[in-house]
Design a protein around this ligand. Structure first.
Ligand code: AMP
Ligand code: MG
Length: 391
């Protein structure tokens, strides 16, 4: 059994970075950006009116102002503003030469002589100055970030309409177990429904991978071995669930070796998930996750995401949130690093979710974080600060 820190280092050290592709801006949500993006222009590109109103000289605002033109957004002013003159201007329009402020339309009165008068004592400048947000050449985005809607806005701003992103890692999912049936079926007395495969499909999809599901295989050498062989030939990574413990029908580690994988670890001092397997054959990788759905979920969060983030070149994957522990936490044994699903409330109090064991799948939807309890710690007192990994 190896410590968690050693196992996570093995995972990181074995990452093989995936290739890239260019994707249309409308299709790139949630992908990992693999290029730096610089601005090809100043923003704003010109002095711009922040309001609808009248562009004029600050010193003239006590006076009646002659309107010399109207400047809608998208048009260049044709006249320079002189003494006691103004241009009617719209939000987003270019400020005419000579003007140094915009008085807002709500603070003015149009007079019968066609002039306009400011009706307040003071005005703001109401001009967005050229390049105040972005200077041409500024690096706006760095390789290694997840593409979110606001990142897409920055791509659009710079005209980067076909950003370079990581190719999606291809991941094959195999569930093992004679007792497992698909959720479309009513299980017989000795059976349970397959939750892991669907959970994993969703976890992979959400993380930006390209998952393929290879179905449930029986706990026989032939069925499991064949599925491993096929999934290995068609994917960069295989994830199996079940069959990694010490039972007579836990065949997965042996079959992975028979199929050419080196086993880099097969027992980690973590709870849950002790029998987690990680293997490699050149550029092909495998995780064997314990069959219990909570273990499968947490090991995906902690190990598989770390691996896939490395593969996709994604930086800063883990979002930690400083919380206050809401109740005393105690455990009998402290020789493994524990990962505890917690629910964080609006006041930042984290409460371990009511969770009976690693088969208790319905506990997880109540969790929005995972608390880490390192080796050697048996007790955490209510009220202590803890760093919670956000889900
Ligand atoms: P195993 O790791 O194969 O010993 O399985 C551990 C436990 O997880 C057993 O109670 C299995 O029935 C259960 N299990 C295994 N695979 C799945 C699955 N795909 N969905 C739900 N439960 C599973
Ligand atoms: Mg099994």
């Amino acid at each position: 059994m190896i410590p968690f820190e050693v196992a996570i280092k093995i995972v990181r050290d074995n990452v093989v970075l995936t290739g890239t592709e260019n994707i249309d801006i409308k299709k790139c949500l949630n992908r990992v950006l693999r290029q730096n993006v610089k601005s090809d222009m100043d923003m704003p590109p010109f002095d711009k009116s922040a309001m609808d109103g009248f562009a004029c000289r600050m010193e003239d605002i006590p006076n009646e102002l002659e309107i010399i033109e109207t400047v809608p957004a998208g048009y260049k002013p044709t006249k320079e503003i002189g003494k006691n003159q103004c241009a009617k201007i719209m939000t987003g329009a270019m400020i005419p030469l000579g003007a140094d402020c915009v008085i807002i339309v709500e603070d003015t009165e149009e007079l019968e002589n066609g002039k306009v008068k400011f009706t307040k004592a003071k005005t703001g400048v109401n001009i967005c100055i050229k390049a105040e947000d972005v200077i041409k050449g500024d690096q706006l985005l760095s390789a290694g970030i997840r593409i979110t809607p606001s990142v897409i806005a920055a791509l659009a701003l710079t005209g980067c309409v076909s950003p370079e992103v990581s190719s999606k890692p291809k991941v094959g999912i195999i569930s093992t177990g004679d007792e497992i049936v698909e959720p479309y079926k009513m299980p017989l007395a000795s059976q349970i429904r397959n939750t892991n495969s669907y959970q994993l499909l969703a976890q992979l999809e959400e993380f930006g991978c390209d998952p393929t599901y290879y179905g449930i295989v029986q706990d026989t050498k032939e069925a499991t071995g064949e599925a491993i062989k096929k999934a290995k030939s068609e994917n960069d990574l295989i994830i199996l669930t079940g069959g990694v413990s010490m039972g007579e029908f836990d065949l997965v580690p042996g079959l992975l070796k028979e199929n050419g994988f080196d086993i880099l670890f097969d027992k980690v001092a973590i709870q849950p998930g002790k029998p987690t397997v990680f293997g490699r054959d050149g550029s092909k990788f495998v995780f064997g996750l314990p069959g219990n759905p909570v273990s499968s979920y947490l090991i995906f969060e902690i190990f598989v995401k770390e691996f896939l983030a490395g593969v996709m070149g994604l930086k800063n994957t883990v979002k930690l949130r400083r919380c206050v522990l809401a109740n005393d936490f105690k455990r009998k044994h402290n020789v493994r690093h524990a990962w505890i699903p917690v629910s964080i409330d609006h006041n930042n109090f984290a409460t371990p979710v009511d969770y009976h064991g690693s088969a208790h799948i319905t506990a997880l939807p109540n969790a929005n974080g995972i608390m880490s309890v390192p080796v050697g710690i048996s007790e955490l007192k209510e009220g202590v600060d803890i760093d919670v990994r956000q889900l």
